[in-house]
Design a protein around this ligand. Structure first.
Ligand code: FAD
Length: 392
């Protein structure tokens, strides 16, 4: 298949591994997510019912959780990992527990991330591991570190513990030779995350890319950051490895900037974000021999843009420095069509206790209920495939 014939509307390939009844169920869930009212009621009720301790976990697990998550434990994800693997789509186990605050929680999350690294080791179906620094560190300390505020003795001790946990995770990844992503987070804590990620890259990316940082191109300053990071990597003799995303926290970023009286770091328009995202891809392709990168996107135009650049530069679709990535349950037209075309592609597979995954699920529901959201696109694909199979 020529790269230019990437047919992202090929629903037969996108849903080849879904049975008719699975596809009908997916349709039902996405239809609900696509309705702002039902969606609001559903997510509101879920939060309320969980807060009251009502037994809704089973219901959530059998419906929306099932669409977007692999299970509650690593073992429960085995089925999804194998299934994706059968279509040459890799898995990235994403322990999706958010909003934890105690040192005990952070230690527990760190141990769980290390278990995902062990699980990924030697399994060709799991090309990357991933973690969020906020899963192993208190927000306040990360914020003070990012603002380069003077730290008191208590904060210094916390910093040391953050550093030790992050280093332990990265050492485990290096020992297992298992590449791992630092996820990108809020801009007001990102500076601390960037510094940790660059330090770990310097230590562990000497021979090959193991540590990947995330660059959020909805930020006005990130294209330049990417260029500066490459220069630093070249000077200090390590491989730069990055995951390119547009960025997930636009509303929150704008609100935070307005509340705190500084200029929003986020591009004013979607077109500006798109332009920087594609420019970052151009830059990485230009330097593909010394930058390893992952395009984390559901955007069809950017997906094609990268494939076209690879083709024009004579780069093989499965070049080890270039990966595509989507989220489980979304963008299957992109993942499965790319995989069929021989590209490196993998999906985040969130897992964890149902109640802990609710913030993640609500984010998916929110982004899916917006008018231009992903869900209308997903829903349209599912509808077309149902029609093609003569089910509706
Ligand atoms: C594998 C993977 C990993 C990810 N990891 C992270 C991560 O670590 N950190 C993170 O923050 N996000 C992450 N994301 C989410 C990502 O940042 C996007 O929110 C999401 O993928 C939607 O963007 P898109 O490129 O798929 O396409 P699109 O749907 O084309 O773009 C939507 C995005 O464009 C931007 N945008 C929309 N409207 C405007 C506007 N008016 N002005 C400016 N910009 C606008 C926003 O970033 C929005 O999310 C990840 C996504 C994937 C698929």
């Amino acid at each position: 298949m020529s790269h230019f014939e990437l047919d992202l509307q090929d629903t037969a390939t996108a849903f080849a591994d879904k049975s008719d009844s699975e596809l009908s169920e997916k349709y039902r869930i996405f239809k609900m997510l696509n309705s702002p009212v039902l969606n609001a009621i559903g997510t509101g009720c879920a939060k309320f019912a969980l807060a009251l301790g009502l037994p809704v976990e089973g219901l959530i697990k059998a419906t929306i959780f099932e669409q977007f998550c692999g299970g509650e434990t690593i073992e429960e994800c085995d089925k999804a990992i194998k299934r994706l693997g059968n279509s040459h789509v890799g898995t990235i186990l994403d322990y999706s527990v958010e909003g934890k605050h105690t040192e005990e929680d952070f230690e527990h999350t760190k141990d769980e991330i290390i278990r995902t690294i062990q699980r990924a080791k030697d399994d060709a179906n799991i090309p990357f591991a991933v973690f969020k620094v906020t899963g192993v560190a208190p927000l306040g300390t990360l914020e003070r570190l990012s603002k380069k505020k003077k730290l008191d003795a208590k904060d210094q001790a916390k910093c040391e513990r953050i550093h030790n946990r992050v280093a332990e995770i990265c050492e485990a990844a290096y020992e297992a030779q298992q590449p791992i992503f630092f996820d990108g987070e809020d801009s007001w804590i990102q500076d601390a995350i960037d510094r940790l990620a660059m330090e770990m890259m310097e230590r562990f990316n000497r021979e090959r890319p193991i540590i990947f940082n995330t660059i959020q191109l909805y930020r006005k300053d990130r294209l330049q950051y990417l260029k500066d990071a490459r220069r630093q990597a070249a000077n200090d003799g390590f491989v730069l490895a990055v995951k390119l995303v547009r960025g997930a926290y636009m509303e929150k970023e704008r609100e935070h900037a307005a509340e705190n009286g500084y200029e929003s770091p986020i591009h004013e328009t979607k077109a500006d974000t798109d332009a920087d995202y594609d420019a970052a891809i151009d830059y990485c392709i230009k330097h593909f021999k010394d930058i390893a990168f992952v395009a984390g996107t559901h955007n069809e135009q950017s997906t094609k843009h990268l494939a076209e650049l690879m083709y024009a530069a004579g780069i093989a679709p499965n070049h080890p420095n270039i990966y595509y990535s989507q989220l489980y349950g979304m963008g299957d037209n992109i993942s499965y069509v790319l995989a069929k075309g021989g590209y490196n592609v993998s999906k985040y597979l969130p897992y964890g206790p149902v109640a802990d995954a609710v913030p993640y699920l609500i984010r998916r529901a929110d982004e899916n209920s917006s008018a231009a959201g992903q869900v209308s696109r997903e829903l349209e694909m599912i509808e077309r495939e149902l029609k093609r199979r003569k089910i509706s």
